[in-house]
Write a protein that binds this ligand. Structure first.
Ligand SMILES: Cc1cc2nc3c(=O)[nH]c(=O)nc-3n(C[C@H](O)[C@H](O)[C@H](O)COP(=O)(O)O)c2cc1C
Length: 170
């Protein structure tokens, strides 16, 4: 019998390799929006988004604790996931930087929760915050869906650190 009580070997994971390997999981691109206590809109580009449950309807988004939007998402307790179309690469890049008025020149409206719904989104999912989970350097915000709509259109995709579009044959 082994006297090794350290358990199975845990391989050190290099952060760059982690990004590179996980980047091979192709995703869509969303902008997750909310408001601060003064009603000002906030949002960030996020692809760590997934549906969780149909009954009740739940979705999940993973947000970096260092993101400025992080605090607002936790305090407002509502958010809208805006799914971007293939023409919205500039919008994605705009919301992938902290600071400034990201919403300047970006048409949007309120629907169910008060989170901004972007006119250019090909689909949106409006949520009340249901649960918050610790996720290392990120926080997992699980939302209960209160309203949603798909306008349709071709999606913006993200794969291996670059934007992509569906090929014409799809
Ligand atoms: C394609 C793409 C996907 C991203 N996905 C996420 C994500 O899922 N979660 C996250 O916290 N940041 C993600 N980011 C980075 C944030 O958009 C970025 O940190 C942004 O500056 C945060 O804005 P804020 O500080 O104003 O909240 C992504 C960036 C890009 C370009």
């Amino acid at each position: 019998m082994s006297d090794d009580t350290s358990g199975p070997d845990v391989t050190e994971v290099d952060p760059l390799e982690f990004r590179e390997v996980l980047g091979h999981f192709a995703t869509g691109v969303t902008i997750v929006t909310t408001r601060d206590s003064d009603g000002n809109p906030h949002g960030l580009t996020a692809n760590a988004f997934t549906s969780v449950s149909l009954d009740p309807p739940l979705v999940l988004v993973s947000v970096d604790k260092k993101a400025e939007s992080h605090e607002h998402l936790g305090k407002s307790r509502f958010f809208c996931v805006n799914v971007l179309g293939e023409a919205s690469e500039d919008l994605s890049n705009k919301f992938a930087k902290s600071g400034g008025d990201k919403f300047e020149g970006v048409s949007h409206s309120d629907r169910h929760t008060g989170a901004p719904v972007l006119d250019d989104a090909i689909a949106w999912v409006d949520c009340h915050l249901d649960q918050v989970y610790e996720g290392g350097d990120h926080t997992l915000f699980m939302g209960r869906v209160t309203g949603l709509h798909a306008k349709g259109g071709r999606p913006l995709l993200y794969y291996a650190g670059k934007y992509h579009r569906l090929s014409d044959s799809d």
